[in-house]
Ligand binder design. Sequence first.
Ligand code: THU
Length: 134
Amino acid sequence: MKPDYGDLVAAAAEVWRRAYAPYSQFSVGAAVLAGGRTFTGCNVENASHGLTICAERAAVCAAIAAGERAVEAVAIVTDTAQPTAPCGACRQVLREFGTAVVVISATVRGARSVHQLSDLLPASFGPEDLGYRG
Ligand code: THU
């Protein structure tokens, strides 16, 4: 049976509450599953807008800082009518740590869509292109 990643979505929903998004008012929570452990992140905006950090990238950084390398799945939670897909920059950062990453986009009210990263970022550039194979 395929995992439903319900706990991962719950972790993303929890950290969504702590997003710092005073400029866009668009809060995002993310949870990464790596090595069987869950790591969370939220978007952190900045008065110098270009310095904003997306939730997905914050969660990936937490996983890597904890010593994980292989990302199995990421859940993204927003308060929107439709689930929100990860931005292009976050897709590329996720891709660094796996092409088979399951991406679960969910809303705070329970709508969901599930994709594989390789479908969201086809024909991608990655570590192998630089000869790096871990
Ligand atoms: N944002 C994310 O956290 N993740 C995404 O994949 C898309 C955008 C944040 C950045 C900014 O704080 C707000 O959403 C609006 O763009």
